[in-house]
Design a binder for this molecule. Structure first.
Ligand SMILES: *Cc1c(COP(=O)(O)O)cnc(C)c1O
Length: 442
């Protein structure tokens, strides 16, 4: 199944290793975003030469079935013709103007059509920027400072959000990163995901000081963990009762788990459900730097130039990125797209579970739309602590076993996986066969 252009032998030049060695001289750790460095799993990162459809080719010319897809954006696979055409056309018209364009309106209209909880949207360039701006907006709109986040949820690397749990409830965060002063995170309260009791206690203590509660509704930064429906319902009720805003970070789940994002799934389960502010990224840009945040008009009109909450960006609403995003959203909005993607993704997860079962390997897995996660655990975890019970060395063996066989999954056990519409039934079958070999090898 894998296509090596050269037979791997001791004498073969490893271009990935050469590039990594060179990169490390000029780029910290050799990468521009830490997880790419393979530090969790060991070994040499694969430098991508080019990609098409469900595959990329590394610097050795070896083909990989790609289950990362730029960490979610490439929902149509790489180089989808309609998207390439839109981008090529946009490039010829100009790269960036620092003045408004019609395409920004078109993209905004398309987003609002697909995510009805939003009446207005502001475009930015990264998920980090969108989440950071959403927090500022929530604080500006409520006149409050405190916020709740959950352990294992990632909302980008803005200072106030780079916090993991302290020792339980009402412990305000300790920064996860050097360079974040404790004073900057003193208003960030970190709770356990899916823990209703902690949530209630936090609101009882701090409810009237809370600007917002920010959550990844289907958390993809601790592999794949769903917020339970009762938990989400309680988040909504408590926010409403205390005047705090419910902020859905759908940077990963938006346009990925369903056309209307994870919120459309909770809205089906909980009558009248909607978040107050939504944060979007990844798929929205189709692989280009583009993200957004939005909500009701009354909240969004607090933003400059209308309101007192400042927010800006030289490249915001970039004309090439918006062309790419718009073309992507139009493709995924076609009838039947998500049903087919969800079925393909489900077939992967079921196939992997079957292979694990046959080999007697502890395994659990879940998927929604084109996003999936699996664990070397008997049961699906409900929070970060449970996710981290996965056997790390065992996961690393699986990762490298798959990588050797031309299957590229996330190089860390706390990351989700992504299937695109370019992944064929044969790609899934090849992946399951590779996993089966690795499982049976122990
Ligand atoms: C990726 C991600 C972010 C950060 O987005 P960037 O574009 O990497 O800054 C924020 N929140 C969630 C849920 C994400 O998955």
């Amino acid at each position: 199944m894998t296509q090596n252009t050269e037979k791997s032998g001791a004498a073969a030049v490893d271009r990935n290793q050469q590039l990594f060695d060179r990169a490390r001289q000029v780029i910290p750790g050799g990468v521009n975003s830490p997880v790419r460095a393979f530090r969790a799993v060991g070994g040499t990162p694969r430098f991508v030469q080019r990609a098409q459809g469900a595959y990329f080719w590394d610097a050795n010319g070896k083909r990989h079935i790609d289950y990362i897809g730029s960490w979610g954006p490439m929902i149509l696979g790489h180089g989808h013709p309609a998207v390439v055409e839109a981008v090529q056309k946009a490039v010829l018209e100009g790269f960036s103007f620092g003045a408004p364009t019609e395409r920004e309106i078109e993209l905004a209209e398309e987003i609002l059509r697909l995510v009805p909880s939003m009446q207005m949207v502001r475009l930015v360039s990264s998920g980090t920027e969108a989440a950071m701006s959403a927090i500022r907006l929530a604080r500006g709109a409520t006149g409050r400072s405190k916020l709740i986040k959950f352990e294992g949820c990632y909302h980008g690397h803005a200072d106030a959000l780079l916090v993991k749990a302290g020792s339980g409830l009402a412990t305000f965060g300790n920064p996860t990163s050097a360079g974040v002063p404790p004073e900057v995170v003193q208003h960030t309260l970190v709770l356990e995901y899916n823990n209703i009791q902690q949530l209630e206690e936090a609101f009882a203590l701090h409810g009237d000081e809370l600007a917002c509660l920010m959550i990844e509704p289907i958390a993809g930064n601790m592999n794949f963990v769903r917020a339970s429906v009762p938990f989400m319902q309680r988040c909504r009720e408590l926010c409403t009762r205390h005047g705090a805003l419910l902020v859905f970070d759908e940077v990963m789940s938006g346009f990925r788990v369903a056309l209307g994002g994870a919120q459309s799934i909770y809205a089906r389960a909980i009558p009248g459900f909607a978040p107050d502010i939504s944060v979007l990224g990844k798929v929205i840009g189709g692989g280009m730097p583009l993200a957004a945040f939005g909500g009701p008009r009354s909240i969004m009109e607090q933003l400059a130039p209308l309101g007192p909450v400042y927010q800006a960006g030289t490249l915001s609403g970039n004309p090439v990125a918006t062309a790419c995003g718009l073309a992507t959203l139009r493709e995924i909005g076609k009838p039947g797209f998500f049903d087919a993607l969800a079925a393909r993704t489900r077939s992967l997860v079921d196939g992997l579970a079957g292979a694990a079962r046959e080999a007697g390997v502890a395994f659990s897995a879940d998927s929604e739309g084109g996003m999936f996660g699996f664990f070397l655990l008997d049961a699906l975890p409900q929070n970060y602590g449970q996710v981290m019970k996965t056997d790390g060395p065992r996961f690393n063996k699986l990762f490298h076993g798959l990588l050797d066989r031309g299957v590229y999954i996330a190089p860390a056990l706390y990351e989700a996986g992504f299937v695109s519409s370019a992944h064929s039934a044969q790609d899934i079958a090849d992946t399951v066969a590779a996993a089966s070999e690795v499982f049976r090898a122990g």
